[in-house]
Unconditional design. Structure first.
Length: 617
């Protein structure tokens, strides 16, 4: 039998068959393992319903992993599984309200005999959240149960939380690193000049330094003055809290480089011994010595050669209350966390439409009689901020009091959405204020011209020809500056009306300047210092509620999302580390991608932003 002649048609069919084979091979190589892992996750998740029990006399191990947040960022469950693994990784998030409820429950639980603060995997979350957890640990100690802390290394946030313990242990090869707060942003003017990129900035306010990186190569004197003030205030809050917990003076934590070197020399260069000498920690131990200490304190576990214990995650799941079938009258909590953006945004970010929808949901819910708006935001879109504030006003007009509880940040747009509330609480360590507004448009006409690329044409007006690849018309720049100035006047007038001040009084403390919570109370930007507990109590009082429920109002997951999340959260602990762990490179790339996403998402329709770039510590 003779072979078929190799015609053009047969050649094309052969080539297509080869391409199709390679395509299928690549798809199978890439996607089959993912599908296989997903199926295994589903099977394991459904089959691994292990009963969690608490042995009498157990210690609750507060092994918080990741960043403490007021609201978890919404992430696709499958993405979570494939990229960062289980909820106990350093890249994850821990819900503050859940931590507080868990500590409170453990204080009343006769099966729990002690609290162990294990901080090796904890990131940060902001000073105010650490202080909130600390206050609940102080309440736990009133039960008479001991609290101990152990870590191989304490940074200043971990240390502050550890300082609430009765006994602070440190690995004998460890260290306590307390540095203070600093802000050293990057400045891009010279780079922009070299790239021939024009940054057209429109702003009002002596201290509105969010746009300085595009205009200067260094920090202005005004920005340094303002930053030095609020950092000093907040560092004093830190030092006083740590000193009070350790029975020391705040000056014990105000160490400059020379003080640190002198203390280290006295300890013969041993950082761990230095921490003991300074009375920052009580005892230096090895891991085995700590295990023995805990076995003596609470007894030995039946398995695992450790002390009797239950970790935070298992205990939190065990004591989680069932959802209320018939909600009672009460206070609704709405969390506004993250950058303020336009439209619908996922949890962990504030959306002009999505956050407004939550406020509207509370307004039309007959069981909700008052609302606490928990704000943790540096601001963002001016338009979206006003959308949200209008819903706050609508709630008040409906006869439902609104109380704001400021978390770590409530600055610029974060203050805009807060100002019209009936009552405002800030923490001493809250960063707030930054009453100012700016606009920025970058154009690339010179950059493209250097590459030989030009733009030309005709239009019925100068405005119709506006483009990122052409110079901005002078008239347009003038109108933008006028709009920014008008926006600033609107800001100070709104604050003046809401806070019962004159516009002149607000202007004197505005100009984009950032204030600590302590100073904000002195100058009238907030009503009192307190946390969300005080805000809830105040909201109930304003609504004349004696008995009330507290309910978080949030965007509900679909049934499919709930099922997938539940399955993967059960299964992820059984997956290999290669699947669930992120490398250091992955984490770094993720951080940079988040920064890029944040700026790319700024889409105010009028290019006007109420944003505090320097609000971090």
């Amino acid at each position: 039998m003779s072979a078929k002649p190799l015609t053009t048609k047969n050649t094309l069919i052969l080539i297509w068959n080869v391409i199709n084979f390679v395509r299928k091979l690549i798809l199978n190589i890439i996607f089959f393992p993912i599908l296989f892992i997903f199926l295994i996750a589903v099977i394991v998740g459904l089959a691994s319903e292990k009963e969690v029990t608490v042995d009498d006399g157990s210690a609750l191990v507060l092994n918080l992993a990741g960043t403490v947040v007021d609201q978890k960022t919404e992430i696709d469950p499958l993405e979570t599984l494939m990229s960062q693994g289980n909820q106990r990784s350093a890249a994850s998030e821990v819900l503050l309200s859940e931590v507080l409820d868990t500590i409170d429950s453990a204080a009343q639980d006769s099966r729990i005999s002690a609290l162990v603060i294990d901080l090796d995997d904890m990131a940060s979350g902001g000073l105010t959240k650490i202080l909130a957890i600390g206050r609940h640990i102080d309440e736990f100690k009133k039960s008479g149960k001991p609290v101990v802390a152990m870590a191989d290394f304490y940074d200043q946030y971990r240390y502050l939380l550890a300082s609430y313990a009765d006994t602070v242990y440190l690995n004998e090869q460890g260290q306590v690193l307390i540095q203070g707060f600093g802000s050293y942003p990057m400045y891009y003017k010279e780079a922009l000049d070299k790239l021939k990129i024009k940054a057209h900035v429109f702003r009002v306010g002596t201290y509105k330094s969010a746009v300085e990186p595009y205009l200067r190569n260094d920090m202005s004197d005004a920005a340094k003055e303002a930053n030095r003030k609020w950092m000093g205030d907040i560092w004093q809050v830190y030092a006083e809290a740590a000193a009070h917990n350790r029975g020391l003076q705040p000056e014990s934590f105000h160490m400059n480089a020379d003080d640190y070197v002198a203390a280290l020399q006295q300890a013969d260069g041993d950082g761990a011994q230095m921490a003991v000498n300074l009375k920052w920690v009580d005892k230096l131990v090895t891991a085995e010595e700590f295990r023995q200490q805990m076995v003596q304190l609470v007894g030995e576990a039946k398995t695992g050669h450790s002390f009797k214990q239950i970790d935070y995650y298992n205990y939190a799941a065990l004591i989680a209350p069932p959802p209320a079938i018939i909600p009672t009258e009460g206070v609704g909590i709405i969390v506004a966390k993250g950058n303020i953006l336009n439209g619908e945004q996922p949890a962990g970010t504030i959306g002009g439409q999505s956050t407004s929808a939550l406020l509207r949901k509370a307004r039309f819910d007959n069981k909700i009689k008052a609302v606490v708006l928990r704000v943790d935001s540096p601001g963002g879109s001016a338009f979206a901020s006003e959308q949200i504030r209008q819903e706050v006003l609508a709630l008040k007009a409906a006869g439902k009091p609104v109380v704001v509880s400021m978390s770590s940040l409530a600055a610029s747009g974060g203050y805009w959405i807060s100002a019209s509330a009936d009552y405002i609480y800030a923490n001493p360590g809250t960063i707030t204020g930054s009453i100012g507004i700016f606009g920025m448009i970058t154009t690339f006409e010179d950059s493209l011209a250097a590459l030989g690329i030009h733009s030309d044409g005709v239009a019925t007006s100068d405005v119709a020809g506006i483009s990122l690849v052409r110079p901005l018309p002078e008239g347009f720049k003038t109108s933008m500056q006028m709009a920014i100035e008008r926006g600033y006047q609107n800001f100070i007038n709104m604050v003046a009306k809401s806070r019962h001040m004159t516009p002149e009084q607000v202007d004197s403390i505005a100009q984009g300047r950032v204030w600590s919570g302590v100073e904000a109370k002195k100058i009238g930007l907030v009503d009192d210092l307190g946390d969300i507990d005080q805000a809830i109590t105040k909201a109930a009082q304003l609504a004349s509620l004696d008995q009330y429920d507290v309910r978080v109002i949030e965007k509900e997951l679909t049934p499919e999302q709930k099922m997938l999340k539940a399955v993967l959260s059960n299964a992820e602990a059984y997956l290999p580390d290669s699947v669930t762990k992120m490398s250091a490179t992955d984490k770094l790339l993720r951080q940079f991608s988040h920064v890029a996403e944040d700026f790319a998402a700024f889409d105010d329709p009028q290019n006007r932003y109420l944003y505090c770039e320097e609000c971090s510590y």
